[in-house]
Design a protein around this ligand. Sequence first.
Ligand SMILES: C[S@@+](CC[C@H](N)C(=O)[O-])C[C@H]1O[C@@H](n2cnc3c(N)ncnc32)[C@H](O)[C@@H]1O
Length: 204
Amino acid sequence: MIRFVSQAIKNYHATGAIAPSSRFLAGEMVASIQHGEQKRILEVGCGTGSFTKAILKTLQSGDEFHIVEMNETFCEDIETNMLASFSENNPEIIIKLHNELLQEAELEGEFDTIICGLPFNNFPVELVEELFQTMLALLKEGSELVYFEYLGMRTIKAVFGTPTLRKATEERTADINARMREFQGGENPVWCNLPPCRVVRLRK
Ligand SMILES: C[S@@+](CC[C@H](N)C(=O)[O-])C[C@H]1O[C@@H](n2cnc3c(N)ncnc32)[C@H](O)[C@@H]1O
């Protein structure tokens, strides 16, 4: 928690959260993972690992799990506190941590599920589009990409923001809605999280 908050203050734009996600949100995020054979899972933006911990519990022998995280401190912590012991106990599961930007990471093949913790509402719409294009290109046909968004943030900006912010928020909402239509988007609220949020699932 302390680690997360100190990194969030230093890198607020990229971290985009005030606290690690709750176990209720983590449970909803990983609900898209199918318990099939030899699945490939990608997590984007693991932070201090709230979703990572939940994802590790779903993995079975033969599975492959890739994590992309730009923050070196978070990567070192995840490697030391979570991945090292997991890999030692589960040598038949491949785990790769990529300390890189998603848009620059060299990821190969297709993934059965993508779990994304990126704070999209902190990014310009052009970057959001680039990040979704990158992830959707990596997603297997018929599979799900899951992300979350804090509830009410866009509404507050659209109502109380400056004219420039209101216009940017309208564009953001139009971009989100277009993607929801194109990829059969569905959503579930998660109230037990700080702040409450909605989990969005896009299907390719
Ligand atoms: C909201 S935090 C993730 C929180 C975490 N999932 C949790 O539940 O506690 C977002 C994370 O995405 C990372 N991030 C932001 N932009 C990124 C990018 N383009 N590529 C990879 N990681 C990125 C940040 O460093 C940060 O750790």
